[in-house]
Design a protein around this ligand. Sequence first.
Ligand SMILES: [Zn+2]
Length: 485
Amino acid sequence: MADEQKLTTRAQDFSAWYNEVVLRAELADYSPVRGCMVIRPNGYGIWERMQRALDDMFKATGVENAYFPLFIPESFLHKEAEHVEGFAPETAVVTHGGGKKLEEPLVVRPTSETIIYAMFAKWVQSYRDLPLLINQWANVVRWEMRTRLFLRTLEFLWQEGHTAHATHDEAETETRLILSIYRRFMDEWMAMPVVTGQKTESERFAGALRTYACEAMMQDNKALQAGTSHNLGQNFARAFDVTFQTEGGGTDFVWSTSWGVSTRLVGGLVMTHGDDGGLRLPPKLSPIEVAIVPIYRSDEQRARVLEAAARIRDTLAAGPAPIRAHVDGRQNMTPGAKYFDWELRGVPLRMELGPRDLDQNQAVLVRRDTRVKQPVPLNDVARTGAALLAAIQGDMFAAAHSRREAHSVRGPITYDRFREIMDGEGAFIYTGWCGSAACETAVKDETKATIRVLPDPEFRSAEAPRTCVKCGGAAVTEALWAKAY
Ligand SMILES: [Zn+2]
């Protein structure tokens, strides 16, 4: 059967493997518009679960959702000099509407700082209006030349948070708070361990004072920038005249932040956890946690097994921690073909249920992550199922974490060795850095590796590196280098 054709393996061609998994697990498909993808229900279900978890975390800190227009007057983009330089080359611009040429062209938002600050200027008058904590779930458009499903597409879905504060310190606290939420989400929900830290000037968001990021290692040892949080200082407030009356009676510009994650995270999930059999989803984000596959030969067996399967599904859904189970009632497929299909789609647990199992009052559960099988008494499926799902979630994080650490390099290293690793299988390499943009650029030109972050204290090496990996001069900080998506 054509559907059971094996995937290209990760070792053969990681990039081809990735595309095949995304297409064959029906996460997304190519669209008639170049560089734009269609997110299919399997992929969108994952995104919905990501959205829900993050949305709850944001709201718990007082953030509220709002919605701003898709179009931004072109002149707005020009108000912040660095911002326009950063985004102008990749904007899509609407010049005509209703058959007429527009007086002022409209940019399709590549990000919404400019239109949001224009509104903040109207809404903020006094320190009593602060902090203003807004998030929007939206689509944005960036005219990328080279695109890849989920990782880089012309249009993508994301959330963008925008907050305004009375002081620099409050804005900095907010920036770090959101970074910590992103990290918690990536570690605990995605089972994708990340390194957090600050970006260097060259990798900073256009118009920001400081940019912090979460960086995850994919299975080809390249980094994926999974989320960013920016302290924008007063740059945008000055450009859009967002002022407020201070408690002391003076006037000041607000201090602001912006932060975002996108559907790129779905690609990160595939590249962190997938194996040569397809996708492997962490239970918390899997739209289906248990796929129940009924096994039967006769019509009589079929009726009996399906009835039991439906009962098990309802039992799983009714527990104190409801489990999302699905009965695979497709009639034109063998159980073997169904196993293959659920493996490809990455559903964390598969339940095999046949007449002989029912005679013994049991079912067989198979873990997707380890493929380990175990029989479970029917009166205990909810408890065992929940315990297994929790174990899978934890084990997937642990496996990804040890994989990353096994491919991380610390300690003194020559530049020759650094190049050799980056030219070869790649790694996260922690080195000293003298702080000069010249060294950073030279390394990038020669090895394609960039400084992903200047890692936060808990990710730094036990012994601080003393010299810059490129020039040998005194190191001012430790840097995490990798090739990146
Ligand atoms: Zn240097």
